[in-house]
Design a protein around this ligand. Structure first.
Ligand code: FPP
Length: 239
């Protein structure tokens, strides 16, 4: 089965550029091209949700020039791909601290979400100004200060889940991390409780449809137990 929801930590843009003696921003430019290839591939494969970690709550610590460049890329992506979204029925969504985004980026995300809200194909969730801990803090804030519907009641996993940024989106089945680092980097901390991880050494700008297919094939071989045990592990599967 194709995973319904794939999350990707797109890492390695800087290393890709350094290997070629190019500036880091060139790596991000190539990273955007890779994102376009992978969105198309995921859409063609019948994936329902694709969350792309484009900018973390910690990424503001980078040089102002690099931050500005990445924000500019996001804006361009949202504007230039509209025809592609329309042709492929792709819906754009956002996760992260929307209020902390530069006004023009927030406006463009809002516009893209509005323009694509009725599209029924792949949903692309841009994690922008996103941190897993930050999302949980904001969820708790909504529980404490939010609407009457969210306030009060027992603190349960379901109550917290309903206060996350996109409660209707199922948890990711598969989380891919490119460029070989073995850490979560604050990505979908709550939602990834039972996700399968796939780490690839390939730098993000080099990613193609074939790499996505390999990750999905690897996922398809995994046995998901959600903390339980299967009958074969229990040894109770004999006639
Ligand atoms: C990580 O590489 C990449 C980022 C922090 C930015 C990712 C942004 C894009 C690919 C462009 C925008 C994408 C979309 C979908 C709008 P790094 O710079 O940390 O690489 P390094 O670890 O090799 O230095």
């Amino acid at each position: 089965m194709v995973p319904a929801h794939i999350g990707i930590i797109m890492d390695g843009n800087g290393r890709w550029a350094r290997k070629r003696n190019q500036v880091r921003t060139q790596g991000h430019l190539e990273g955007l091209k890779a994102a376009k290839r992978i969105v198309k591939a995921a859409s063609d494969m019948g994936v329902s949700y694709l969350t792309l970690y484009a900018f973390s709550t910690e990424n503001w610590k980078r040089a102002a020039e690099e931050v500005g460049f990445i924000m500019g890329l996001v804006k361009r992506y949202l504007i230039e791909e509209m025809d592609f979204y329309r042709q492929n029925g792709i819906r754009i969504r956002h996760t992260g601290d929307f209020a902390g985004l530069p006004a023009d980026i927030g406006q463009e995300i809002r516009r893209a979400m509005e323009d694509t809200r009725d599209f029924r194909g792949l949903q692309v969730i841009l994690a922008l100004n996103y941190g897993g801990r930050d999302e949980i803090c904001r969820a708790v804030g909504r529980m404490v200060k939010g609407t009457a519907e969210l306030r009060g009641g027992d603190i349960t996993e379901d109550a917290i889940r309903r206060c996350l940024d996109n409660p209707d989106i199922p948890d990711p089945d598969l989380i891919i991390r490119t460029a070989g680092e073995l850490r979560t980097s604050n990505f979908l901390l709550w939602e990834a409780a039972y996700s399968e991880y796939y780490i690839s050494d390939i730098l993000w700008p080099d990613w193609t449809e074939a790499n996505l297919k390999a990750a999905v094939e690897d996922f398809q071989k995994r046995e998901r137990r959600y903390g339980g045990v299967t009958s074969s592990v229990q040894g109770g599967n004999k006639p």
